[in-house]
Design a protein around this ligand. Structure first.
Ligand code: UD1
Ligand code: MG
Length: 448
C-alpha cells in the first residue's frame, strides 16, 4: 500500500529541530536572567517544602510561553512557503493555494489558542482565580481552534468499536457533542497538569514526558526508509482507524494528509520540549524558578491543539493516564464532598527532610453519608489514609486526594527529589501502557 508517500519536507523538520534547540538555550538563559524582575513585580512564591523562605520567581511559564510562541511565529515561513524548497511537487500543483490556506488557518488558530492560554494562565497567577471560575477558561481559549475545525467541515464522526457495530453501525455522528468533547479536552489537559503540582519539577516534567510521547507517536507516521516498514504495516491500518471516516464528503484521506498532520504536531511539540527542558533545569530540586499556572495552561493547551488538529485526541488522552487518575482521585475534593485546603502539597518534615502525606481536616460536624462512603471506599482501595476517632469511629482526617499523597501513602515518606522521580517514572510507565493499548489492544476492538 502506498501509505507512506510522499516524503516529508525534511528541511522544515530540520528547521524545527533547530528552533527547538534555540528554545532550549533561550529558556536556559532567560529564566535566571529575568527572575529578579519577576520578584520586583511581586511575582514570587515561597517554596512550601523547604526550610528557607527566600522568594522564588513565580509565573516563569510566561517566559517559556513567550519564547515558545515567538519561535512558532518565526517558524511560519518554513512550512508555508518555498523558502527551504519544502513544498513538495504535489503540494504546489494539485491542491496548492486552498490547501496552504487551510493549513495556515489551522496553524494560526492554534497560535491564537496558545496566546489565550498564556493570558488566562498569567491572569490566574496574578489574581488567583477561583476554581469554579477558572474551569471554563480553557473552553473559551479553545474556541478559535474549534471554529477552524468547524469551518473545514470538521469530522464529528467516531468509529464504533467492532462489538458495538451491530447496534450503532460503523460510524456514529456525534455532531455538537463532539465539539463539547473537544472543548472539555482542553479544559482537562490544562487543569489536570495544574492540579498535579506543588513539588519541584512536577509540572514541567509531566509536560516533558507527554511531549516526548507525542513526538515518538508522530515519528511513527513519518515515511521512514524501507527497512523500518515492518512495524509500520501494523500502524497503517490502525492509523486509518484514528482518522475515522470522511473529513468532509468526497474528500479521501491521502497518506500525505496523515503525514502532514503528524508533521504539524511535531512543529508544535519539538519547540515545546526544548523550552520545557530549558526551564526544567531551573525548576529541578531545589527550584530556583516556579512555573506558575501559565506554564500549566500553555503546555496543556499545546497538547490539546495537536491532539485535536492532528486528529489523535484519544491517543493523546492515553498519555494523560496519571493526570486522569489524579483528577478522578481529586474529584471528592474538587466538588466539595471533602474539604479542599488551598494547598494539597505533601507535608514537609524539616527534621528528616522527608515528605509525608498531607491531611485534610474534616469539619467539626460529622461527615455526610456520601462523604463517609466515598472516603471509606477510597481507604479500602488504599488510595487514602483515614484518621478515625477511636471512640465513635468518626472520620476526623483524610490524606489529601492527590497522586502525590497517594504515592507517599503507598511507598512511605521520601524526599522531594525522590518523589518527583517516582512521579516521572509513573508518567513514563503510563506512556508505555498508552503505546501498548494504542497499537496492541486497539486492534482487538477496531479492525486492524
Ligand atoms: C494547585 C493545587 C494545590 C497545590 C498547588 C501547588 C489543587 C486543587 N490545587 O493549586 O493543591 O498546592 O497547585 O502548585 O490541586 N509551590 C511549591 N513548590 C513547587 C511548586 C509550587 O512550594 O514546586 C507552591 C509555591 O508556594 C507557589 C505555589 O505553590 O507559589 C503555586 O501555587 P498555585 O499554582 O497558585 O496553586 P494552584 O494552581 O491554584
Ligand atoms: Mg498552579
Amino acid at each position: 500500500r502506498p501509505l507512506l508517500d510522499p516524503p516529508p519536507p525534511l528541511p522544515v523538520l530540520f528547521a524545527s529541530v533547530g528552533f527547538s534547540i534555540f528554545a532550549f538555550l533561550a529558556a536556559l538563559y532567560l529564566i535566571p536572567a529575568l527572575g529578579p524582575r519577576f520578584i520586583q513585580a511581586n511575582l514570587k512564591g515561597k517554596d512550601l517544602l523547604k526550610v528557607y523562605t527566600d522568594p522564588i520567581p513565580e509565573s516563569q511559564g510566561l517566559v517559556c510561553a513567550s519564547i515558545y510562541i515567538l519561535l512558532l511565529i518565526l517558524f511560519i515561513p518554513f512550512p508555508f512557503s518555498d523558502t527551504v524548497g519544502s513544498l513538495s511537487e504535489s503540494r504546489k500543483t494539485l491542491q496548492s493555494v486552498a490547501s496552504l490556506h487551510h493549513e495556515l488557518s489551522i496553524y494560526l488558530s492554534s497560535l491564537l489558542s496558545l496566546l489565550m492560554a498564556t493570558i488566562l494562565g498569567f491572569l490566574d497567577d496574578v489574581f488567583d482565580i477561583r476554581w469554579r471560575h477558572k474551569l471554563p477558561i480553557p473552553v473559551i481559549a479553545a474556541i478559535p481552534m474549534l471554529m477552524v475545525y468547524y469551518a473545514e467541515g470538521g469530522n464529528t464522526h467516531v468509529v464504533v468499536p467492532i462489538p458495538l457495530r451491530p447496534l450503532l453501525g460503523v460510524l456514529v455522528n456525534l455532531g455538537p457533542l463532539y465539539y463539547l468533547y473537544m472543548s472539555l479536552l482542553s479544559t482537562f489537559t490544562t487543569n489536570s497538569i495544574n492540579i498535579l503540582a506543588g513539588i519541584n519539577g512536577s509540572e514541567v516534567s509531566q509536560a516533558v514526558i507527554i511531549a516526548i510521547s507525542v513526538i515518538l507517536n508522530d515519528l511513527l507516521y513519518l515515511p521512514w526508509p524501507m527497512d523500518f516498514k515492518i512495524p509500520l504495516h501494523l500502524l497503517g491500518s490502525q492509523a486509518e482507524v484514528e482518522v475515522g471516516g470522511p473529513w468532509h464528503a468526497g474528500m479521501s484521506y491521502g497518506s500525505s494528509e496523515l503525514v502532514d498532520r503528524h508533521l504539524f504536531s511535531l512543529y508544535f511539540m519539538l519547540p515545546l520540549l526544548g523550552v520545557c527542558l530549558g526551564f526544567m533545569y531551573h525548576n529541578w530540586y531545589p527550584a530556583r524558578a516556579f512555573p506558575g499556572d501559565t506554564l500549566c495552561y500553555v503546555t496543556g493547551m499545546a497538547f490539546s491543539v495537536v491532539g485535536i488538529q492532528g486528529h489523535f485526541s484519544k491517543t493523546l488522552l492515553l498519555f494523560f493516564l496519571p493526570q486522569i487518575f489524579n483528577f478522578i482521585l481529586s474529584c471528592p475534593q474538587l466538588f466539595g464532598l471533602v474539604p479542599c485546603p488551598r494547598h494539597r502539597v505533601p507535608r514537609f518534615d524539616p527534621d528528616t527532610n522527608l515528605l509525608h502525606p498531607s491531611k485534610a481536616k474534616l469539619n467539626d460536624k460529622p461527615p455526610s453519608k456520601l462523604t463517609n462512603f466515598v472516603l471509606r471506599l477510597l481507604s479500602t482501595l488504599g488510595l487514602t489514609d483515614l484518621t478515625v476517632d477511636p471512640e465513635n469511629g468518626r472520620i476526623l482526617e483524610a490524606t489529601n486526594l492527590t497522586i502525590l499523597n497517594f504515592l507517599l501513602v503507598r511507598f512511605g515518606p521520601m524526599t522531594e527529589k525522590r518523589l518527583v522521580q517516582v512521579l516521572m517514572a509513573t508518567q513514563v510507565a503510563g506512556s508505555v501502557v498508552a503505546f501498548a493499548v494504542r497499537y496492541g489492544l486497539a486492534g482487538l476492538v477496531y479492525d486492524g
